[in-house]
Design a protein around this ligand. Structure first.
Ligand code: HPA
Length: 246
């Protein structure tokens, strides 16, 4: 059974280096995941892949059924999840195409289903979320990037915004004052739901653009997708590097 799942974000709806075995449509008590789960092998190791926005990239961040996605992966046997996602860079050391492995999150999202512990409870549940990512998996990602010779940032705070619009320059100033180094729309509630299911979850963020007011005057969709190509190829290399050792 595959122990590792990969959730692909914008720019990573398929994994070119994945030898696909089969796809499976999964129904969960929380509704339908973003698409069928893809089962296959990377360098001989079984993995499960799911495209967060759907295989045709049609589901916007605020409409993703995060609960169904994580539930389906857990049900399929995953115990570790590498979540790949595009972000805007806020920290001046960042540049488009670079990889970052965030170690903290600030959640600005609203009105998303953000817990499995909400109905038919025996007792109220408060998960520990002091360190929101699985440090063991983060360490593997960091080591993998080092051995692949990639210039990746090893820490950073991920500000999760609601979207689907991008932020104003003043909102990014506020995020920076709060301590955010990068901004994305899918980091939450995904990370918290993974923790509720006891999944070892870490994010591999790819900087697709500098955030509003930090680079070009206007952020164009073409810039987002263009820079992602380079970054996602780095992700593919990184996955090939670390998967055999998992
Ligand atoms: N803001 C929010 N989410 C994003 C961005 C951004 O600039 N780039 C990629 N995802």
């Amino acid at each position: 059974m595959a122990e590792l799942a990969i959730i692909g974000g914008t720019g990573l709806t398929t994994l070119r280096n994945l030898e696909i075995d089969h796809r499976e449509v999964v129904h969960t008590p929380y509704g339908e995941p973003s698409g069928p789960l893809t089962f296959g092998k990377i360098r001989g190791k079984e993995i499960i892949f799911l495209a967060r926005h759907g295989y045709g990239h049609t589901i916007p961040p605020h409409k993703i059924n995060y609960r169904a996605n994580l539930w389906a992966l857990k049900e399929a046997g995953a115990s570790r999840v590498i979540a790949v996602g595009a972000v805007g860079g806020i920290h001046p050391d960042m540049s488009p195409g670079q990889l970052v492995f965030p170690d903290q999150i600030i959640d600005y999202t609203w009105s998303r289903y953000n817990t499995f512990h909400e109905e038919d409870l025996d007792h109220v549940v408060h998960i520990d979320f002091t360190r929101p990512y699985c440090e063991e998996l983060r360490a593997l990602l960091i080591k993998g990037a080092q051995s692949a010779g990639q210039d990746a940032l090893e820490t950073g705070t991920y500000g999760a915004t609601q979207g689907p619009r991008l932020e104003t320059a003043a909102e990014i100033d506020r995020l920076e004052r709060d301590g955010c180094d990068m901004v994305g729309m899918t980091g939450m509630p995904e990370a918290a739901l993974a923790r509720e299911l006891d999944l070892c979850y870490a994010t591999c963020a790819v900087i697709s653009n500098m955030a509003a007011g930090r680079g070009e005057d206007k952020i164009l969709m073409e810039d987002l997708t263009g820079n992602l190509g380079v970054g996602m190829n780095r992700v593919r290399t990184l996955l090939e590097e670390i998967i055999p050792g998992l």
